[in-house]
Design a protein around this ligand. Sequence first.
Ligand SMILES: Cc1ncc(C[n+]2csc(CCOP(=O)(O)OP(=O)(O)O)c2C)c(N)n1
Length: 801
Amino acid sequence: MKFVNEENELKISFEAFKKRVLEDYRLAVLSRECSLLGRREVFSGKGKFGIFGDGKELPQLAMNHFFQNGDFRSGYYRDQTLLMAQGLLTVANIFSALYAHLDQSIEPMSGGRQMGGHFSTPFRNDKGEWLDLVNLKNHSGDISPTGSQMPRLLGLAQASKVYREHKTQNSPKFSNEGNEIAWGTIGNASTSEGMFFETINAAGVLQVPMVISIWDDGYGISVSNKDQTTKESISEALQGFQRTDTEKGLEIIRVKGWDYLALIEAYEKAATLARTEHAPVMVHVTELTQPLGHSSSGSHERYKSKERLEWEKAYDCNLKMREWILKEGLAKEAELIKMEEAALKQVRAAKRASWEAYQAPIFKQKAKLLSYLPILKKETYNDPKIQLIFSKLEQVLELGFKDIISAARQIKIVLSKHPNAKLRDFDQWLDALTSDMKNKVSHLYTVSKDELINFKAVKPKYNKDTETVDGRIIIRDNFEALLNKYDSLLFFGEDVGKIGDVNHGLEGLQAKFGELRIADTGIREATIVGQGIGLALRGLRPIAEIQYLDYILYCIQILSDDLATLNYRTLGKQIAPLIIRTRGHRLEGIWHSGSPMGGMIHLLRGIHLLVPRNMTQAAGFYNTLLQIEQPAIVVESLNGYSVKETLPSNLGEFSVPLGQIEIMRSGADITVVSYGSTLRIVEATAQRLTEVGIDIEIIDVQTLIPFDLKEEIRESIAKTNRLLIVDEDVPGGASSYILQQLIEKQAAFSLLDSAPKLLSSKAHRPAYGGDGDYFSKPSVDDVFEAAYSIMNEFDPSQYPL
Ligand SMILES: Cc1ncc(C[n+]2csc(CCOP(=O)(O)OP(=O)(O)O)c2C)c(N)n1
């Protein structure tokens, strides 16, 4: 038997072996008791939902012996035993998460934002500075959508490969010569997801140190492997990926989940292969059980046969380990019973303490509210509604802050009928508590509005003899400057390497900077994004390319569920400053001219959305983003690469701030707000409008998220009193978002003398060709007529129709 000890020596004494086995058994029992009592807490109404790691304890304990400092995990809600074994999750943490304790120091996994069972460890401190990840066991933040942990896993593993082959100034801070393994875990049923297959294929191509474990308990909630997986076995189905002596691929290992010794051997083999050879490995752990069923939502007796339930009882991995320990004489039964009783006692005590810790601050606030009762009665002349509110509060069974604040808000309404009531202290207390609570569940971004406003942008400089070049040259030469400036910068995507992207914005750069930094990928948008998230989580600065904006739909799920929520769900302890480069808006045809900006705005809050009108602005955004460490999507204008622009001399240096508009033309009559490709159309219309006496002010919003942080569009509307919003999204898309921002946030309604007008594309996809485009997307004629009709409404005699 081999275990890795602290010095990485592979052999240990029998006594040490026995000690470890018994410690593993203790952890298995402790973890199981957490699952059992946790489930009961949900049934007693103290937790809303419970999902636990019961039945998956043993493989995690075996894996733990080979999980070294510097390694990463991208897993899912069954992995509590692994984190407990690593000292990263206490029993109290489990219960605090179940109660949704909003205090991060008590519920460190997500500060009560996620359901229990979703784990993470900090990668950064409170100031946003990196922790010493090479000396920590790192768990990237779990998410609930099944299979979504896979794309990120690819990037976490690829970072080791990058660091082994490409030394950056910061390499030692992030990697020990690329020795780190990315450990993935996934349920058997979730392997049916496309992202799983995409990841497996990409890992085989890239040859990255990934060990992916499949916890196979035969079911995905109620649906068995028969209806989930070809041949009812994912490792059978994937045999073609098995590496051979001559061909690279994946090493596939199959092992029974109740066989402790076999598990140790399997993980030892997997870890050695991955760490030394950077070979991806799949460990298919079969014959696992789910003693409590899938989650607290229902019982598994509904869908498992009697025979299956009996088999699960007999093959429970903890029970099998116990039998094995006794058979091998590693401990006496009395010793095990003592251990089991101690575990139960420990869990019960921690559970009680966690509940008390959760309730104490709530009851403190309730007492505070109660302390106002006498004065409330006095100031409202004993209004019976006050007593009624307090009586109802007394009846609440599982009290939360929300109940106290809700009572106080109702009291405020009663107080509004008594304008002379003096209750400043009550108001201050309620405001402070409300803002404290809101603060606990907010913070979508790590960067503040003030920081963005105060960003010191550098203007592009132009030499006297400056050339005018195709826009794509500015993008390309700026990228070259950035690659020289940032040694951790990497580009990858479809056709990005050899040909330097389909529009040649990276032309010739692979030859200069190598295949690792400018890499072609397969056609696999979800894992291109996942690669980017994982690489960014490990200190690299990826720019992942999605070839056309229309194909962002293939990865919008992972952008939305993973990247956009990362900072929020880990309370800023993990951020991935991934930059997505893509190109969209106007070109030709249904799938090469998309501008689904509204969809993106709504699904991707948490990621900045930048819509440069030309390549100089786009380059400026890349330069900014590399300085501010924020996740962002940059949508370059597809029809802008061959438009001539003046080449700046300070490439890689000039920058465009986020959330700041640019007034491209000042005018007196109508504020025309737009972004991206439609700006060229609006500009082209301005002259025609002047000819009929209409003077438009053109505003480029530049970034949709964040939106006009200084609220400068309001100033323009205050001057013109008229508003036209132009874009090429569907009606009710981004143009409606812009209007909402102006009406709600900038209070522009009272400034308008005419109804605001929104000019967008048609609701159907744009038809191919010039005529198709003309009748699908806004044209100069449409902009002209929209602006003219606004003026007609204002003064029909001067602007007759
Ligand atoms: C994309 C998505 N679809 C459906 C669900 C609902 N769901 C949660 S867990 C689960 C079953 C997962 O089974 P498996 O992968 O075998 O993992 P297990 O829970 O058995 O460990 C389902 C369908 C989800 N969370 N995400």
